[in-house]
Structures are given as C-alpha cells and as structure tokens.
Write a protein that binds this ligand. Structure first.
Ligand code: AMP
Ligand code: GLY
Length: 420
C-alpha cells in the first residue's frame, strides 16, 4: 500500500525509517518532510493545513493510509476529513484530539472521571485569573488553554511571575487559561496505542526540556530523551494505565468520540502515585526517536490495526530490552532565534558506529546539508545500559561537524546516576 506521512521533524524521520522497513509498504510519500525523510519517501509539495490538497494528493497517488505526526493537523480535524473520504488514518479525530488541543477540556474530563491530576480552575478573564491565584500557594502553574508548542506553560515561583503569565495570556481578547496546583515528583512519559476499545502499552521515555546542562535555562521542545523510563516501574505503569489512561479512553468512547492513535501521557510520579500533567495526541519529539530505535514489531502493521479498530486480543508491541538515548543537536540561539544556514557534516561517520542520526531542522542548499531550524539533528544510539547508550550517542555527536550547533552533554544523567 501507499502511505503518506505528515510532518517534518526528527519524529517523522524516525517514523519514516521504521515504516520503510514494513513489508506492507509499497511507496512512502511525505509532506513536507526533510532531507533525512527523503531517503525513505518521495516528498510532496502540499500544504498540510490545506485538507482538500492533502485529500487530492492521496486520491491521485492511490494513498490509502495517512500517518499524522504533529498535533496541529489532528486538532484541526484532518483525521475526520480523511476518514470521511475513506482514507485510513493513524491519529485521532478532532474531538478526541482536544485532549491535547485544550487543557481545559482535559482537566474537566479528569474531574468528571476522578482521574488523578493537579487541582485546577479554568479562568476566562484576567480579573478572574488574578482572583483565582489567591486560592493557590506558590509555586503555581499557569497554562494557556490552546496549542502553544510547549510554550504556553509557566511554573511561577513568585506572585510577580504568576501575574506576568496571566497578563500575557489575557493580553489579547478571547484568552483562556487553566491555573493549577504545582505537583512535586519526577516526570515520565507513557505511551499507549488505542483504537478506543483496546489499550496497548507502547513504551515509556523521559526527556530533558531545559536547554542547558544540569536541567538549567529556558524550556525547549526537548533536548534529549531516553527509553525506557525505569522510574516508571511495571507496577506504576499499570497503575497509570488503569487510573488515568483507561478512564480517559472509556469516557471519550462513551461520549461518541473514540480515540484512535497513539496517546502520550505526561505523568508526574508523586508520593501519592502517578498524576496526569498533560496529554499529547501524537508521539513525542524526541521521545519517538528512542521508541522507534527499540520497537521490534512492524510499525505500519500496528498503525493499520489501530486505525481499523483491530487491537483486541493482540499482545503488547515488543520492544528491545536495551536502552535507547537521543541527543538533540540544536542551532546556536535555540530556543530563542536559532542561527540558520550553518553547514552540517559527518553524519555518515556518526552512523558508522551504529548510531542513527535523525534529521529535524535541516534543508539542502545545493548538495550541502544545512541547518534550517532550532532543533536540527537527533543523534540516537542503543546499548545494554543507559551509560553505554549515552557513551555511544556522544561518540556519534562528536563525529558530527556542525560548528553553529550545540548539544547538552548530560542527557540521561538521572538514569546514569541511578545505575551507579
Ligand atoms: P505541559 O505543557 O502541560 O506538559 O507543561 C510543560 C511542563 O511544565 C511539564 O513538562 C512540567 O515540567 C511542567 N508542569 C506542568 N504542569 C505542572 C504541574 N501541575 N506541576 C508541576 N509542573 C508542571
Ligand atoms: N518532547 C515533548 C513533546 O513532544 O511534547
């Protein structure tokens, strides 16, 4: 079958690499893609936000299945439009994608289903928000309601910070926010695939959101990740699925908007058990890269079974027991204004030792590969221990010639420390 993959990041490069290994695949297309994805897919010049153009492209190229990488097309209802045309989709429809698209929607669902999460209030005005802040201690967490590419969340440690975050959200008319209690603990990401009825665990990961070593500096989309997250023990994973994920999926199915695709639960492991921080309606980036390095089953076959509602009775997908670790190489300036156009070399040398270099913000300038965005490369390796995977990933990072780029040098530090 012919498949169209939507997206252009390291997540989609990893998905393309894995989809290309499937015997079920005839031809892979990708839009907009990037030079790394182009090794496995023919790139299509279509605007993903133009749903009519995506559907026309599928019809013209006999594409019967579309894999949606990022959240925006899901929240905008591309899944619904493709399904209406009889085209299979990996990724939820618009209504269930509200789990990511609206923090308020998710918090209200959690409250109705008694799902463990931080206590909260929804606020629709600046004055309402300022009044509500008085009911919370410090630190307090303030979240803009809609999609904000990871930038809509402020953990405020002072009243001034809290008031500043509220002012920013309500600077424009129509603002909406959630104010919530600060949760203490370690964060871990849990992935499941579900067709709305059956839920299969799909691995765990931990990422590093801060730009600097030692988890310092501003938040980013993620500077590195590893899988599995051992802190999420089998018992805690089971508890999180039964108390958080299952009631969520069942509530959506009951409401007539079943969730189909991968669901990414951001968890805080508190002393009172796992609590939901947020949901994403897609794979994480760069968490996907480490999951794909470990996945032993046919990704396309799993995605098709998910889309067709055929997960019942299947065993959980198989993952290598080894540890995968990815280091993000970003362009100088990230997460502010990244320096674009910098030359990138050494990918073959980096991969010669067994690592994989997934491309994110790259483009071709003639024949030369150059940086085109903030996060540029995801240098990914696998090993029997976190320490071994980390060493292999950094050997590969050191083989890359990217003078205008930088990477954290301590990805995986918590796990390395735990390994002793
Ligand atoms: P979110 O976009 O909801 O995942 O929030 C981004 C980050 O903010 C999370 O990964 C956490 O590090 C932090 N965060 C969000 N909500 C809370 C909370 N209630 N308590 C503590 N930290 C939080
Ligand atoms: N790395 C975090 C995310 O994809 O949301």
């Amino acid at each position: 079958m012919n498949v169209l993959l939507l997206g252009s990041g390291g997540r989609e490069h990893a998905l393309a690499w894995k989809l290309a290994q499937s015997p079920l695949l005839d031809k892979l297309y990708a839009a907009p893609g990037n030079p790394g994805i182009a090794k496995y897919a023919e790139l299509a010049d279509i605007a993903v936000s133009d749903h009519r153009a995506v559907i026309d492209f599928c019809l013209r190229h006999s594409i019967s299945f579309v894999v949606i990488g990022p959240e925006a097309p899901l929240v905008e209802g591309l899944g619904d439009n493709l399904r209406t045309m009889g085209i299979g989709v990996f990724g939820p429809n618009k209504a269930p994608a509200q789990l990511e698209g609206s923090k308020g929607f998710t918090k209200d669902l959690c409250a109705r289903e008694r799902i463990p999460t931080a206590g909260y209030v929804r606020v629709e005005s600046r004055d309402g928000a300022l009044a509500a802040l008085e009911d919370f201690g410090l630190p307090v967490v303030i979240k803009a309601d809609g999609l904000a590419a990871g930038k809509g969340v402020t953990v405020a440690f002072t009243h001034e910070e809290a008031e500043g975050a509220v002012a920013a959200i309500f600077a424009d008319a129509g603002g909406s926010a959630v104010i919530e209690e600060f949760l203490e603990g370690e964060e871990a990401s849990l992935f499941v695939i579900t067709d709305g009825t059956t839920i299969l665990p799909f691995g765990s990961a931990q990422d590093h959101k801060r730009v600097g070593d030692g988890d310092t500096g501003p938040n980013t989309g993620g500077m590195g990740a590893y899988s599995p997250a051992r802190v999420l023990t089998p018992a805690l994973e089971h508890e999180a699925i039964e108390t958080i994920v299952r009631p969520t999926i069942e509530a959506l199915t009951r409401a007539g908007s079943p969730y189909s695709g991968v669901l990414y639960a951001g968890l805080m492991l508190t002393h009172a058990g796992p609590k939901l921080i947020e949901y994403n309606a897609r794979f994480g980036d760069p968490e996907c890269q480490v999951l794909m390095m470990r996945l032993q089953d046919d990704l396309l076959e799993l995605m098709l079974a998910t889309a067709k509602g055929e997960l019942a009775g299947r065993p959980a997908p198989r993952f290598s027991p080894e540890v995968a670790l990815t280091v993000v190489m970003a362009a100088s300036g990230y997460p502010g204004t990244p320096e674009t156009g910098g030359a990138i070399g050494g990918i073959d040398a980096a991969e010669a030792g067994g690592a994989r270099v997934f491309q994110a913000g790259t483009r071709l300038d003639g024949d030369a590969l150059v940086a085109s965005g903030g996060r540029v490369l995801n240098v990914t390796a696998i090993g029997p221990t976190v320490r071994a995977a980390q060493a292999a990933a950094y050997r590969a990072v050191d083989a890359i010639d990217f003078p205008t780029g930088f990477a954290r040098r301590d990805i995986g530090w918590r796990e390395v420390a735990r390994e002793g």
